[in-house]
Design a protein around this ligand. Structure first.
Ligand code: F6P
Length: 554
């Protein structure tokens, strides 16, 4: 049976047992020593593919660790699972669907059947539809109700219909085309709507209602607010089609909202929201950077797909990252993983990876419904460097938790300002170095003595100055972010998440937990607004409802 019907229990595999023993043997492993003993360590534990260079030498690993982890991936039958993913098997078992984001980057000549139909022509037909729209907007041929060209595009969407497009369109700002500004409206917070709309003119604004389901509360409420705003600003119902388009797999709901059939870009149930930036959900990206750059983004992701599918695990970038995550999460007790981009343009990558990783692997039952035996997805957090160094890095250096980190840094800046980039790059490297080297008691004492402090003072202060070190990190270096390299980078993380889900036996493509919050949200709303007078299920929620109602009474 396929892995998604009957997942293996990785904890019973011989490689898992061997890794448990190996973990004991690694208790006193020192990266400092490993580097001083092995001049080749950097070479041994680094690789490059698809325009990305990974240095994973600053990890608590030896070649034996890597061998055992790779053995685990083999025993967990990762390779057939990857092939099943790409073939379009029903890997999302709880929803009975394939997860075919990889199809969105494949050449048209490929055949890929879903339900007996080759989906590749449809994928490329939609790319053509996107090309047409983007061309008309960029050429000023798509005009608003007052015959002026579109200057601003507002993407109304949340979760996967927001985070991926926002990351990419903002990361690729150096590739921005012809003055179309992209904005994002996600939250059901009147302040967000107010602040955004205050800077827009309805006659030159195009709204993309981006929702796979066309049933997401936040998106529908924002779409209604945008429509009311557009009418209040002078737009008319007759011209609505010039200002509202949609991306959705729920065509009837989009039509019922008032979007014209020809202005609805399709989505398919075989693409998950958090994996959808490669589809028409990526329209704001294409509008920001142009269609040829969007295709470059797809080709970068395709290159990573081919690497993931064919490279041996020892040299497979997403697989190695996945295995390192398993190593720390399941054998060293790490609970979180930091994503630290040293690049202004990549500042939103942590948010995108939070959804990608945490919504995918935040699971505690396996594909067959049985409970998992160990920890699954970690908390993903972090943010742009150097800012984080002056905020939360302290906990990385001297806190009690082991937190592996990914540093991501370009070698070349798009915007050299004196020696800023040298300093930025230096800070990135010195942080991973400090995490790894730390500062010993002897070094701390010597430093204090060198400052002329007496013995008592040295002994009093030294414990505070000791940095444990031996804290693991990966460094991903790119020449500089381009559509191709960004495509590869994001696809790399998608595949990392998938590879981990296979080892843990969980479904990376459903998100049932999110649904509970949505259902309860409706109940609470009815009680807040008085349309349901039944008391809440618990005293805390009722107390908070009373607080709100007390403030809004009369
Ligand atoms: O947050 C839950 C979720 O279902 C995500 O998986 C999805 O990306 C988001 O809502 C938005 O969904 P939709 O595109 O259907 O509006």
């Amino acid at each position: 049976m396929a892995y998604y019907q009957q997942p293996l229990d990785a904890t019973t595999l011989p490689a898992w047992q061997a890794l448990q023993q190996h973990r004991q043997a690694m208790q006193s492993f020192s990266m400092r020593e490993a580097f001083s003993q092995d001049a080749e360590r950097f070479k041994e534990f680094s690789l490059s593919t698809s325009g990305l260079f990974l240095d994973y030498s600053k990890n608590l690993i030896t070649t034996e660790t890597r061998d055992l982890l790779v053995r685990l991936a083999r025993e967990a039958e990762l390779q057939p699972a990857i092939e099943a993913l790409f073939r379009g098997e029903l890997v999302n078992a709880s929803e009975g669907r394939p997860a075919l984001h990889t199809a969105l980057r494949r050449p048209v000549a490929d055949r890929l059947n879903v339900g007996g139909v080759n989906i590749m022509p449809e994928v490329h037909r939609v790319l053509g539809q996107m090309t047409d729209l983007v061309g008309r907007i960029h050429d000023g041929l798509w005009r608003g109700y007052s015959e002026k060209p579109i200057t601003d595009v507002v993407n109304i969407g949340i979760g996967g219909s927001f985070l991926g497009p926002q990351l990419v369109s903002e990361a690729l700002l150096p590739f921005a085309q012809r003055g179309v500004r992209c904005h994002y409206l996600a939250n059901i917070d009147g302040s967000e709507f107010h602040e955004l709309s205050a800077g827009l003119r309805a006659e030159t604004t195009l709204f993309i209602v981006s929702s796979k389901s066309f049933s997401t509360l936040e998106t529908l409420k924002n779409a209604q607010a945008a429509r009311a705003w557009y009418l209040a600003q002078g737009g008319t119902e007759v011209d609505l089609h010039k200002h509202f388009i949609a991306v959705s797999s729920n065509r009837p709901a989009a039509v019922a909202f008032g979007i014209r059939e020809e202005n609805i870009f399709p989505m398919w149930d075989w693409v998950g929201g958090r994996y959808s930036l490669w589809s028409a959900i990526g329209l704001p990206i294409a509008l920001a950077i142009g269609m040829s750059n969007f295709k470059e983004l797809l080709s970068g992701a395709y290159s990573m797909d081919q690497h993931f599918l064919t490279a041996p695990f020892e040299r497979n970038l997403p697989v190695l990252l996945a295995l390192l995550g398993v190593w720390y999460g399941n054998f060293w007790g790490a609970q979180s993983h930091a994503i630290l981009p040293y690049d202004h343009y990549l500042r939103n990558i942590t948010k995108h990876l939070q959804q990608l990783d945490m919504e995918s692997n935040g699971k505690s039952v396996r594909q067959d419904g049985s409970p998992v035996k160990g920890d699954t997805g970690p908390v993903i957090w972090g943010g742009v460097g150097c800012n984080g160094q002056h905020a939360y890095h302290q906990l990385l250096h001297q806190g009690t938790q082991l937190i592996p980190a990914d540093f991501i840094v370009p070698v070349v800046s798009y915007n050299p300002v004196t020696d800023h980039h040298q300093w930025l790059y230096a800070n990135c490297l010195s942080q991973s170095q400090a995490l790894m080297l730390g500062k010993t008691r002897a070094e701390a004492e010597a430093e204090l003595r060198a400052k002329g402090l007496g013995d008592d003072e040295v002994q009093r202060l030294a414990p505070h100055k000791v940095i444990p070190g031996n804290r693991p990190s990966n460094t991903l270096v790119v020449e500089r972010i381009s559509p191709r390299r960004l495509g590869a980078l994001v696809a790399m993380y998608e595949h990392k998440v998938f590879a981990q889900s296979v080892i843990w036996g969980i479904n990376a493509f459903d998100q049932w937990g999110v649904e509970l919050g949505k259902d309860l949200g409706k109940n609470v709303y009815q009680r807040l607004t008085g349309s349901d007078e039944l008391p809440a299920e618990d005293g805390s929620t009722q107390g908070l409802i009373d607080f709100f109602r007390g403030r809004h009474r009369g």
